[in-house]
Design a protein around this ligand. Structure first.
Ligand SMILES: *[C@@H]1O[C@H](CO)[C@@H](O)[C@H](O)[C@H]1NC(C)=O
Ligand SMILES: *[C@@H]1O[C@H](CO)[C@@H](O)[C@H](O)[C@H]1NC(C)=O
Length: 334
């Protein structure tokens, strides 16, 4: 047996060990006792859960995980790898490559999702030690200052979703169905491209809401889409108010076709790998999801918010509304 073969076997064993451990860390569905109690979760830091999918984005993933890992408010960075076709060997290599960080930085790890279900993004994880989690995609690059700013906004609004990308639901009176759209001055849905929320909502999404939520999660699987919209339903159902939109200083959306020319990192084909890039059909399908969620849950919990929190002079948050900067206090009540 050559050294090469030995190394290969070692890798195989390590990888199966790594992933077996990961699997055993999964909570039994609905078993609250496997999760740390709320009061033991720390609120001065948050956990970053990055949805990894495309091997072509691994170079970007290096950059992004590095930024999060060196942010003072981040306790841990975990890449949740959702592409079941990626070889174990690649993930072991990726895990090794990413874990080489500077002393003092938050640890970075890679976990293979148990299935290709998009609902797996929101599995409650017993190893999360923070009160807040940040859910984000593997193609969004944000500056550290804006990350800290968003976290501060979350700390002041811990029940609400806080994020950088907003959309809206709207009722189409002619066709009597919901549509998914972008509205110039109001929003009701935040995207998981970058979203901060209470860790507790992972449990509510996965285990709460009874039979109707089970049906809604099934719709996510059937549509292979809309888990983010469903999370917005779950949170709005709890809070009775809309989410909080935050402005960032610098955002780079590598999944956005407008970045194609950017640094020449991605080809058109790679951009097309993104789950939501078939734009034409995309909005219609997302509207269908809203209509279906409304049907199975028996109500429409989504609420509109207006204005955006922007980081500016002083501690007082200023909001941008209709092109003017105003104090945010009254912005998020309805
Ligand atoms: C890991 O790093 C090595 C050396 O820089 C590189 O050749 C390899 O492609 C990387 N693999 C992954 C999956 O990141
Ligand atoms: C919405 O809230 C109600 C009342 O608090 C609760 O009974 C129901 O399970 C919630 N539904 C979802 C989908 O979370």
């Amino acid at each position: 047996m050559t050294t090469g073969q030995l190394i290969f076997i070692f890798l195989t064993i390590t990888s199966s060990l790594t992933f077996t451990t990961t699997f055993s860390l999964r909570p039994l569905s609905g078993n609250r006792r496997t999760l740390p109690s709320q009061k033991h979760l720390r609120s001065d830091q948050f956990t970053v859960l990055i949805n990894g999918y495309s091997e072509s984005r691994i170079p970007i993933l290096h950059t992004i995980t590095g930024i999060y890992s060196s942010s003072p408010s981040v306790a841990a960075v975990v890449v949740l790898w959702g592409n079941t076709k990626t070889p174990v060997k690649t993930l072991v290599e990726l895990s090794h490559n990413l874990s080489v960080s500077s002393p003092g930085d938050a640890p970075i790890s890679v976990i293979r999702q148990p299935s290709s279900s998009l609902n797996d993004r929101f599995l409650p994880r017993p190893w999360i030690s923070t009160r807040a989690v940040m859910i984000c995609d593997d193609d969004i690059e944000i500056d550290r200052k804006s990350i800290e700013f968003a976290f501060n906004i979350w700390r002041n609004n811990p029940e609400q979703l806080v994020g950088l990308f907003a959309r809206s639901h709207e009722f189409d009176l002619t066709n009597r169905r919901w549509i998914y759209t972008v509205h110039p001055d109001r929003y009701s849905i935040l995207l998981t491209k970058f979203m901060l929320m209470k860790t507790e909502y992972l449990y509510q999404y996965t285990c709460g809401g009874g039979e109707s939520m089970a049906q809604a999660r099934l719709i996510v699987d059937e549509m292979r889409n809309c888990e983010d919209i469903l999370m917005n339903f779950v949170v709005a159902n709890t809070t009775g108010v809309g989410p909080v939109l935050v402005g960032a200083k610098r955002v780079r959306d590598w999944g956005d076709a407008r970045n194609e020319g950017g640094r020449g990192l991605m080809t058109t084909e790679e951009v097309a790998v993104g789950l939501s890039s078939r734009k034409k059909d995309h909005r219609k399908r997302r509207g269908d999801c809203i209509t279906e969620f409304h049907r199975v849950l028996g109500k429409m919990p989504l609420r509109y918010s207006y204005g955006k929190m922007v980081d500016s002079i002083g501690e007082q948050g200023l909001c941008e509304k209709g092109g003017k900067l105003v104090f945010c206090d009254q912005q998020f009540s309805k």
